[in-house]
Structures are given as structure tokens and as C-alpha cells.
Design a protein around this ligand. Structure first.
Ligand code: GLP
Length: 241
């Protein structure tokens, strides 16, 4: 794992954006794996800036998101599809047919999981996968206890994950109880992985990751099995290392 330590969130986001732009300059038809949550928002702002100010084009880029809540449909304000459109896609020149997320309302869910994994393999796997990390070490929505062999599946969210994500909803009860997520094995298919961690809240998780003990109890630890992972971490998140 290549570890880049930076001063703060803004530096983390700018460094990540440079790596995304480098990927696009190598291949303008790159497939990007994208994440939700607060962590990548600064990176997305930088990508939008790069597009608007320096004409970086996403016209030929395809994106595959890690996960989607079960319950709210695509156009619902709380879906990750809406989140991604608002925070990124609508401000780039990427055609919406090039962006892919699991369908949160498709039935039966097992079939949707198979469809998304097949799509992930057909369009991807991503050349570059962006990842954040939950305070419990989850990546995507792979909660502690998830097998390293897991593919796209439906998960019951931990209460701590629902509480952490409640800030995006008007009330805590509104946070869905389930989600569809790429599995650990799916994520590890990506060519390169860029893991971002910022702030004191992530310090324990970063310390645990860097202890290098690979275990289902801490899903992000499986990233040690991938040959090309870069962690960009800011000073606050690195303080216990
Ligand atoms: C969510 C997402 C993850 C994300 C994690 C961390 O549950 N499904 O992909 O990495 O939370 O979120 P944040 O970046 O807001 O700390």
C-alpha cells in the first residue's frame, strides 16, 4: 500500500483529483469506480473544477458506483443515484447512460445483485476505484463479517452505519435498513484503488488498517491483498499511527 500523508481535507481532495486526472490522461475512456459519503465530496468538487476550468472531459468515461440504498428508487432525493447526480454527474459532461449504480427497488433483489455484478464485469472492472471507509472499517457497504469472496449482495446495515449516515436524511428513522453493495471480491477486481481518509473520526480506523491484520472483522483490511492501493490520509486521520 502506497501511503500519502497530507495536511488536511483540501489537500487530500486535490491529491486525489490529480490521480484521477492522470488516469484520464492515460485513457480518456477510463472506467471509474465511485463512492458516496462525505469523504469524496472534495475530490468531486475538484473534478468539476478541472472540467469547467481546464476542459477535462468525461464524455467517454464510464462510472460504476459501489452501492445503493434498498428502498428509495433512483429518482428519490435520498437515493445514491440522486446524490451522485447532484454532487458530480450533473456538473460534468458525462452522458447519464454512462453512469451505473445498483437499482435500489428492483425485485427480486438477488437478481439485481447478479445483474449489477455482471454489468460491473462487462463495463469494468474500474481502472481506478475511489473508496472511503466507514468508522467500523466498512468499504462500500461491506460491514464487518463480510467474506473476502463476496460479490454484489444485499446487506443489512449496522446501526452505527445508519447513525453515521443519518446526517444526509431529515430523520434517523428515514435511513434505509438495507443496501446493495459490490462485494469485497468485486472491489478487489479493480485495477487501482484509491482509498481516502480524513478527520479525527477516521483515526482509529486508519490505525487499525495500518496494523495490517487482515480479517473479516475489519473489511478494509482486505485491501492489503490488492497489489495497487494508494491511501491518501490527512494529519487528523493519521494521528494514532
Ligand atoms: C457510507 C458509504 C461508503 C463510505 C462510508 C464512509 O456508508 N456506503 O462507501 O465510504 O459511508 O462515509 P463518509 O465518507 O461519509 O465518512
Amino acid at each position: 500500500m502506497n501511503i500519502i500523508t497530507v495536511d488536511n481535507y483540501s489537500e487530500m481532495s486535490k491529491t486525489a483529483a490529480q490521480l484521477v486526472e492522470q488516469q484520464l490522461s492515460e485513457n480518456r475512456e477510463s472506467v471509474l469506480g465511485l463512492a458516496t459519503g462525505s469523504t469524496p465530496l472534495g475530490l468531486y468538487e475538484q473534478m468539476i473544477k478541472g472540467h469547467k476550468e481546464r476542459g477535462i472531459s468525461y464524455q467517454k468515461v464510464q462510472t460504476l458506483n459501489l452501492d445503493e440504498y434498498r428502498g428509495p428508487g433512483k429518482t428519490h432525493p435520498n437515493s445514491y443515484y440522486t446524490f451522485m447526480c447532484e454532487k458530480l454527474f450533473n456538473q460534468l459532461d458525462i452522458p447519464l447512460e454512462n453512469v451505473h449504480l445498483p437499482d435500489g427497488i428492483a425485485q427480486p433483489v438477488e437478481e439485481e445483485c447478479r445483474r449489477y455484478e455482471a454489468l460491473f464485469d462487462r463495463i469494468g472492472p474500474p481502472h481506478l476505484q475511489i473508496l472511503g471507509m466507514g468508522t467500523n472499517g466498512h468499504i462500500g457497504f461491506n460491514e464487518p463479517g463480510t467474506s473476502e469472496h463476496s460479490l454484489t449482495h444485499c446487506v443489512k446495515l449496522e446501526e452505527s452505519t445508519r447513525a453515521n449516515n443519518a446526517r444526509f436524511f431529515t430523520s434517523a428513522e428515514e435511513v434505509p435498513t438495507h443496501a446493495i453493495t459490490l462485494g469485497i471480491a468485486s472491489i478487489l477486481k479493480s485495477g487501482k484503488i484509491l482509498l481516502l481518509a480524513s478527520g479525527q473520526k477516521k483515526a482509529k480506523a486508519v490505525k487499525r488498517l495500518l496494523d495490517q491484520e487482515i480479517s473479516e472483522a475489519f473489511p478494509a483490511s482486505f485491501l492489503w491483498k490488492h497489489p495497487n492501493v494508494t491511501l491518501i490520509v490527512d494529519r487528523e486521520a493519521y494521528q494514532l499511527v
